[in-house]
Design a binder for this molecule. Structure first.
Ligand code: SAM
Length: 363
């Protein structure tokens, strides 16, 4: 474990081991599945849809950065909580120059590196990359970067920021890692759970004394000590279970607190959008990609079966649906072969974009 030296300076009480090793262990032991196995998965459509969402977020922000800084600018990126490198292809497609991949799970980082090496062996030129195995909520990753002076254009933290809300010092260290490496005008983007929605869903069952909600593919369960009303701002631990993928502690990210803390680190909120709003917003411009990523079967009429297997053969009726749903008001995905259970899990998340304050420095 890395020593949380920087954090200790800020907060002497910060000595707890916390859940980091449990989280790292959990992700380290996850095996990589082949396509055939993934297709059999009850969350096949959800994974494709989440991937499409990330592609849209990443594609949009790279376009925006290029618009602001010129089409030929070299883009340096930090993929914070990169896991096994699920976004490497997105960085390749986005034509970035350099990617720093960081994650608490050392085995995942090794797998990420292997994936990158394989990409490099293909014919297309690929970005340069470096790999850091560290708890980014307890370590100053600048100390581990090849060039600590490198200023980044973008930090992307996909499905990972919530782990840092275990404590204030951890959330601060995470944000310090974002902000201190971003150049003014750079962006911090990510996806995380919507704490208000979690509390709303929990509230529905609270009268029965429940500390848990979910369905056949996911569940959120609070231990008695954090099942409080209101929950603590940091350390509001719950166990998140998602079929085949996740089974470990996470923490509520109270968004107003996140926003306030981020502003302390010079990061201003630009956008916060729940997935259920984001999807229809992006549907029009992103539908070709949706087809290519086979996330499309998520949109034809809803099967209501979490075990439905995808029919990837014929897209024509789905295309028709996409054309009409893109403009339909009060969009509800007809959920297609994306099961209701999957949609309930997808719709727990939100997208955020912060911008590092510009202090008029030249690039
Ligand atoms: N971003 C990847 C993606 O979208 O495919 C992986 C997402 S996975 C749900 C969450 C990742 O966050 C895991 O790889 C986990 O190891 C990483 N993580 C959790 N806590 C972390 C921390 N304190 N520092 C760095 N990475 C962390």
């Amino acid at each position: 474990q890395d020593k949380p030296a920087d954090v200790e300076v800020n907060n002497k009480e910060f000595i707890k081991e916390g859940c980091g090793s449990v989280v790292a262990q959990h992700y380290n032991q996850l095996s990589e599945k082949g396509l055939a196995e993934r297709k059999e998965s009850r969350i096949f459509h959800m994974r494709n849809l989440n991937n499409w969402i990330k592609s849209r977020i990443i594609g949009n922000i790279l376009d925006r950065i290029r618009k602001e800084n010129g089409p030929n600018c070299r883009l340096n990126v930090l993929d914070l909580g990169c896991g096994k490198g699920g976004d490497l292809l997105k960085w390749e497609r986005g034509n970035v120059h350099h990617v720093i991949c960081a994650d608490i799970a050392a085995t995942s980082i090794e797998q990420c590196k292997e994936r990158y090496e394989k990409m490099k062996h293909r014919s297309r030129p690929v970005f340069t990359a470096e790999f850091i195995a560290a708890d980014c909520s307890k370590t100053n990753i600048q100390d581990k970067m090849k060039n600590p002076d490198l200023k980044l254009d973008l930090v992307s933290c996909q499905f990972a920021f919530h782990y840092s809300f275990e404590s204030l010092p951890q959330a601060e260290q995470m944000l310090a890692n974002v902000s201190s490496n971003l150049q003014p005008g750079g962006y911090f983007i990510g996806t995380t759970t919507d704490a208000s929605d979690i509390m709303r869903r929990l509230g529905r069952d609270k009268d029965q004394g429940n500390r848990k909600f979910g369905n056949s593919i996911y569940s959120v369960e609070f231990p008695p000590e954090t099942c409080l009303d209101p929950p603590p701002l940091f350390g509001a631990k719950y166990n998140f279970h998602l079929e085949e993928v996740v089974d470990c502690p996470e923490f509520l990210v109270h968004f107003p607190t996140f926003r306030k803390l981020a502003s302390k680190y010079g990061l201003t909120l630009v956008q916060k959008t729940r997935f259920e709003e984001f999807i229809p917003q992006e549907l029009e411009r992103g539908k070709d990609l949706l087809v290519r990523m086979k996330a499309l079967e998520t949109f034809p009429p809803f099967s209501n079966q979490s075990t439905a297997s995808p029919d990837v053969g014929d897209y024509s009726h789905a295309q028709e649906y996409l054309d009409s749903s893109a403009t339909a008001d009060g969009f509800r995905p007809k959920l297609g072969t994306l099961s209701k259970a999957e949609w309930e899990a997808v719709s727990l998340y939100l997208v955020y974009i912060f911008r590092k304050e510009d202090n008029n420095l030249e690039r």
